[in-house]
Design a protein around this ligand. Structure first.
Ligand code: AMP
Ligand code: MG
Length: 473
């Protein structure tokens, strides 16, 4: 193994974290090792697939240079303030410097209690571990910024959820950092300006080196999040639990709990069982992101000089979210209908299609992909609804060069559909990991038509459709 640890977070003052070793796993068994990612990080594909890789990813032996710790953070959960959250079921092993010089956090999720566990057991069960593994890797394959999955293991121990014994598991998560809006909130709430300054300097150097002031950092984070949310919408992704502790400063998608990809399109679609009021519905995600960013901005105010002027500048910057988001949304959805450089008036054309899809309960992924293969019409129970739109669309497309090629790289053929994920988990619980392997293979190149994976293109039958997803702690 050539990977080198360099643990900048462990060098922060002690109040940033609690040193914490992962629990030992009694009988670790590998489920998956991400060889390509291990190569990219400098661990090496053979190493991660070998005994030392298994030892690290099950928490049983730390590679030299690791300095395990649980990070402190706070957050707004469903709008309610929680002054202390922190890594309650995760441990940061340290940061690796990849061969190309990039820095990555290596984290075990589900490796036991920490001082931040409150009443939780600090463990994870197989279901949520596999869900995060599949969906985060699928997001990466779709080209969407995200944390990655390096490995999944069974610990050989049972964990108890809702009165049931479940197979315990650990996910090894890789992120460009795990610093969240909630990390800033933790220190802002304690009026710890020194820590806020240290954290701000750290994230500027680590993620936004072009930023020179806290305001420029805010501007950069707002832009990164606005682009990220537009990407989510462009593939029908619903995060499900966009609490401020689940929003990464780096602009990566983080914390795959009750997340889901929509089958049929509706802007108010919600899957999460705990999101009773639709706070984190598909179409609400941009507003929620802006709200979270306003919380981030308020944390930076103490570093921004005279208060009145700082509030005014921060408010303008948060206001800039909408502009970046709208531009990115138009560019992405423009490409989805074959328009390379959409004009403002093309927005109405896209929205008209989406409105018709919502009324018709058309499948999001199949309809967009079907625009370039001629099968979109079949997704509408009332084909006239599509034909009316299509006429206007064809007129506009006449001005475009090679729209088919544009659409083929903008609209995935396969997404990690909920019913597939649930079926895969049900098999894995019975010790059959073949559906997990097949699902991973099917999602690795989501834009390539692959006849052998045709079954993964199907929308769920009514009896297969998954209505609710769970946080899965
Ligand atoms: P989440 O909503 O999944 O991001 O988690 C919110 C908070 O609950 C975080 O502080 C987690 O560390 C904590 N948490 C979630 N599951 C557990 C668990 N099984 N044991 C201890 N803490 C947990
Ligand atoms: Mg979280």
């Amino acid at each position: 193994m050539t990977a080198k640890f360099d643990n900048s977070y462990a060098r922060f003052p002690a109040r940033f974290f609690a040193r914490q070793m992962p629990d030992a796993a009694p009988a670790p068994q590998r489920i998956a090792a991400n060889g390509a990612l291990a190569e990219r990080l400098g661990f090496g594909g053979d190493w991660i697939a070998g005994p030392e890789g298994l030892a690290m990813t099950s928490g049983n032996a730390m590679p030299s240079g690791a300095e395990p710790l649980a990070q402190a953070y706070a957050g707004h959960q469903f709008g309610g303030w929680v002054p202390q959250l922190g890594d309650g079921r995760a441990v940061l092993l340290g940061e690796i410097i990849a061969p190309d010089g990039a820095r990555f956090d290596i984290q075990l999720k589900g490796s036991g209690q920490t001082p931040f566990s409150r009443r939780g057991d600090g463990k994870a069960w197989l279901g949520p571990v596999l869900r995060e593994y599949v969906v985060s890797e699928a997001m990466a394959a779709l080209g969407i910024p995200t944390t990655r999955a390096l490995a999944a293991v069974l610990t050989g121990e049972a964990v108890y959820r809702d009165g049931f014994a479940r197979p315990g598991a650990i996910l090894t998560r890789v992120a460009s950092s795990h610093i969240r809006v909630g990390t800033f909130q933790y220190f802002a709430a304690r009026e710890d300006t020194e820590a806020l300054q240290l954290l701000t300097d750290h994230v500027i150097a680590r993620h936004y080196p072009q930023a020179e002031t806290p305001l420029e950092l805010l501007t950069a984070v707002v832009a990164a999040q606005a682009r990220l949310i537009a990407r989510w919408l462009s593939v029908g992704f619903i995060h499900g639990v966009m609490n401020t502790d689940n929003m990464s400063i780096s602009g990566e998608t983080i914390d795959y709990g009750p997340c889901a990809f929509m089958d049929h399109y509706h802007p108010s679609k919600v899957f999460s069982s705990i999101d009773a009021y639709g706070r984190y519905a598909y179409g609400a995600q941009p507003q929620i992101a802006a709200w979270n960013l306003a919380q981030f901005a308020s944390c930076l105010l103490p570093l921004m000089g005279e208060r009145e002027a700082a509030i005014e500048a921060a408010t303008i910057t948060i206001g800039g979210f909408t502009e970046v988001f709208q531009a990115e949304w138009l560019a992405l959805f423009g490409r989805k209908i074959g328009i390379t450089a959409p004009r403002p008036e093309d927005r109405a054309l896209i929205e008209d299609l989406l409105n018709r899809m919502a009324v018709e309960r058309a499948d999001f992924t199949r309809t967009f992909r079907g625009l370039s293969t001629g099968t979109a019409r079949a997704e509408f129970t009332e084909p006239l609804a599509f034909d009316q739109w299509s006429e206007r669309w064809q007129t506009r497309l006449a001005e475009e060069r090679d729209p088919e090629a544009v659409m083929a790289t903008a609209n995935p053929v396969r997404i990690p559909r909920n019913h597939r994920i649930e079926a895969m988990i049900a098999s894995a619980v019975e010790d059959d990991f073949a559906p997990f392997e097949t699902l991973m293979a099917a999602l690795a190149a989501p834009f390539d038509p692959a006849p052998e994976f045709a079954a993964f293109e199907a929308a769920p039958r009514p009896d297969e459709a998954v209505a609710r997803t769970f946080c899965g702690t």
